[in-house]
Design a protein around this ligand. Structure first.
Ligand code: ZN
Ligand code: ZN
Length: 245
């Protein structure tokens, strides 16, 4: 009952639809976002009603659209998504993309997803499948179950947050639009003001330090020397940026 102090509690005629204010009460405080604007300020003109023991908390019909913004973090949001964790993706946003323009729709979908997620100011780990076969194989294996169950394609863009599969372009744009994506990325490091990584300038890859990107290495000496494939880099002579990848 700590929420029922003088400031948040006024006796006023009861509204037709009970106003829920559980979010400001003590019971849910630990789940509320400390960075969220003070709900009392926003609700200043709202009518608050004392606790009604018969109140039905499960009623999802919120009359006022502003209330849906004030709902406590939808704890079920996490449960909506399947746990499929890309390597190293436990506490970050991982987006599989392509920079090949071959299929224009795919390329444009990747750009749209990247722009939408980056607009939220969060650090994004982008894995360009056209730059590294390893990422392509990673995506295929992550998506294997969904391909089998839902018939979705293992094509970029595919977005994962905190080890959950979120979806492709349609799902992600919708979640960014309705604010749910913002909830999902809570607690993930924010991007610095200047954005790009100091190591790679935001490209996530660097030319191989060992072969200078040629993918070739000379092995042996003199007449016994042979040229072998560099073992450090991928098929494009690139290595993941050691700072951001
Ligand atoms: Zn980097
Ligand atoms: Zn190399």
């Amino acid at each position: 009952m700590s929420g029922l102090d003088g400031e948040s509690f006024r006796f006023t005629p009861l509204p037709k639809t009970p106003v829920k204010y559980k979010v400001f009460g003590g019971e849910n405080k630990e789940n509320s976002d400390p960075n969220r604007r003070n709900p009392r300020k926003i609700l200043n003109d709202e009518v608050l009603k004392p606790l009604d023991p018969n109140r039905d908390d499960s009623d999802p019909n919120l009359r006022n659209p502003r209330k849906s913004f004030l709902k406590p973090l939808d704890l079920k949001l996490d449960e909506k998504f399947e746990r499929i964790c890309p390597p190293g993706g436990e506490n970050r946003v991982v987006i599989y993309t392509t920079s090949l323009r071959g299929v224009r729709r795919t390329f444009e979908a990747c750009n749209a997803v990247r722009a939408a997620v980056e607009s939220l100011g969060v650090v994004v780990c982008e894995r360009d499948v056209s730059m590294d076969r390893g990422f392509r194989e990673e995506l295929v294996s992550l998506m294997a179950k969904r391909v089998r169950d839902d018939g979705v394609a293992a094509l970029p863009p595919r977005v994962f947050v905190k080890g959950m599969y979120i979806g492709g372009v349609e799902e992600v744009l919708r979640l960014v639009e309705d604010g749910s994506f913002g909830e999902l990325i809570r607690g993930i490091p924010r991007k610095k003001a200047d954005g790009a990584c100091d190591g790679c300038g935001g490209l996530f890859f660097l030319p191989c330090f060992r072969c200078d990107g040629s993918c070739k290495m000379v092995k042996g000496w003199g007449s016994a020397a042979i040229v072998v494939r560099c073992s450090e880099c991928n098929e494009n002579g690139l290595v993941p940026c050691p700072i951001c990848s």
